[in-house]
Design a protein around this ligand. Structure first.
Ligand code: CTP
Ligand code: K
Ligand code: MG
Length: 180
């Protein structure tokens, strides 16, 4: 029961987990805010770039479509029912995750935090809120079918833990400047 929920939650959220990590690898180039400041602080900062956002979003969508292709064989192997991603849901999960992270940087700058500063809680959940929010908005029927309450609960509990572990790993591997 819990095993099924964890597998379903993880599978469904993979297209939301991957974009921000790909952005770390792909980032660089022109910042989205074009260097503009507001009340003495950058609008978003140099850590939110067009390239990171585009490549990250694209990676999430491609991943979802690959998951669709391998779904049936994984279902048989793991004896679990897994959701099918539509292009719309794939895009919303992926781009929503990037939007949530961008929104968090906007809030960090408004509270005077420099690029890279930690904002515990927000750092771990920004992309979940963005991802679920955008998906609920643009693919409401898909959202209601896939994100049943128990799945949502597992997503909200499991994601911060996964976020901490993956960012720690990226930091140890020298891919990220800070472990959050
Ligand atoms: N990145 C990017 N575009 C994004 C998100 C991330 O290019 N939309 C890249 C940037 O190189 C960024 C790195 O991924 O520095 C790490 O992402 P993150 O930790 O979210 O950014 P920070 O640099 O820590 O900036 P912030 O304080 O605004 O979160
Ligand atoms: K972040
Ligand atoms: Mg950071």
């Amino acid at each position: 029961m819990l095993r099924t929920l964890v597998l379903q939650a993880f599978w469904t959220m993979l297209p939301a987990y991957v974009p921000n990590n790909v952005a770390v690898l792909a980032g660089g180039g022109r910042p989205i805010d074009g260097g503009v400041s507001w009340n003495g602080n950058r609008l978003l900062g140099d850590g939110k770039t067009w390239r990171g956002t585009l490549v990250g979003t694209f990676a999430g969508v491609v991943l979802a479509l690959v998951l669709d292709v391998v779904r049936e064989s994984i279902e048989t192997r793991l004896d679990v029912t897994l959701p099918v991603f539509s292009v719309k849901s794939a895009f919303a999960l992926s781009f929503g995750a990037m939007l949530g992270d961008i929104g968090a940087s906007f809030l960090k700058r408004r509270s005077g935090r420099e690029r890279g500063a930690a904002f515990p809680g927000l750092d771990q959940l920004d992309f979940v809120v963005g991802s679920l929010g955008l998906t609920a908005a643009v693919a409401p029927t898909w959202f209601r079918t896939v994100f049943r309450i128990p799945v949502l609960v597992v997503v909200v509990v499991m994601t911060p833990a996964l976020h901490v572990v993956t960012n720690m790993a990226a930091y140890v591997l020298g891919l990220k400047d800070e472990p959050w």
